[in-house]
Design a binder for this molecule. Structure first.
Ligand SMILES: [Fe+2]
Ligand SMILES: [Fe+2]
Length: 202
């Protein structure tokens, strides 16, 4: 009697993971997004987002003691928010529409409706949107201190989330999703989103 393929036991604690070093690598060549496979596209997006988080943290720290928002602060915030507003919906769709459904369909997660690492990450996606809205509101009301606090909070939230995905969820997904056809389908879905958005970078 032969047994079927064994599925490794996933780490289901992505929400509570606290990686020791959340620092991000510099953004790589954009060609990786244009030609990489699904998991490379996802991680490249994280690196590009991480690069902007550095700028967000810098302006957040500068504003902690600043009496008012200056043009240089607004210029940085505008660039960062333009990037996040463009890249995050694409990246979240990559995860929520391409990666997570394929993970949920695996026997590993049978019966675990609403209680998987993917559900945890989706909940955090919503929290990020709420925090970004608070940052924008603080910019509109020209509250320098609040802008600084929300900029730091948003950067911390994204860094923590990205670290959980890179160190817990993606390694688990790479172990569980090994069908080349499924990887190819995910890759094409991700590329299609970028073609539709007219982007080479993500
Ligand atoms: Fe995510
Ligand atoms: Fe992500």
């Amino acid at each position: 009697m032969t047994s079927g393929p064994q599925h490794p036991t996933p780490d289901t604690h992505a929400c509570s993971a606290h990686p020791a070093d959340p620092s991000m690598a510099p953004a790589p060549d954009a060609e990786r997004c244009a030609h990489g496979q699904a998991f490379e596209i996802l991680s490249t997006c994280h690196e590009h987002i991480g690069e902007r988080l550095g700028a967000l943290e810098e302006v957040g720290r500068a504003l902690r003691d600043a009496p008012e928002l200056e043009q240089q602060h607004l210029a940085t915030l505008g660039e960062v928010l333009a990037f996040l507003d463009t890249a995050i919906p694409i990246h979240s769709a990559d995860e929520e529409q391409s990666l997570f459904p394929r993970l949920r369909a695996l026997p590993t997660f049978a019966g675990a409706v609403g209680d998987t690492p993917m559900d945890c990450m989706e909940a955090e996606h919503i929290e990020h949107g709420d925090e970004k809205a608070r940052l924008k509101a603080a910019i509109v009301t020209r509250d320098a201190g609040a802008v600084g606090r929300h900029a730091i909070a948003l950067a911390n939230a994204y860094r923590s989330h990205i670290a959980k995905e890179e160190e817990v969820l993606y390694p688990m997904a790479r172990q569980l999703l090994t069908d080349p056809a499924a990887i190819a389908d995910m890759t094409e879905e991700m590329r299609a989103r970028r073609r539709e958005a007219g982007l080479l970078k993500c």
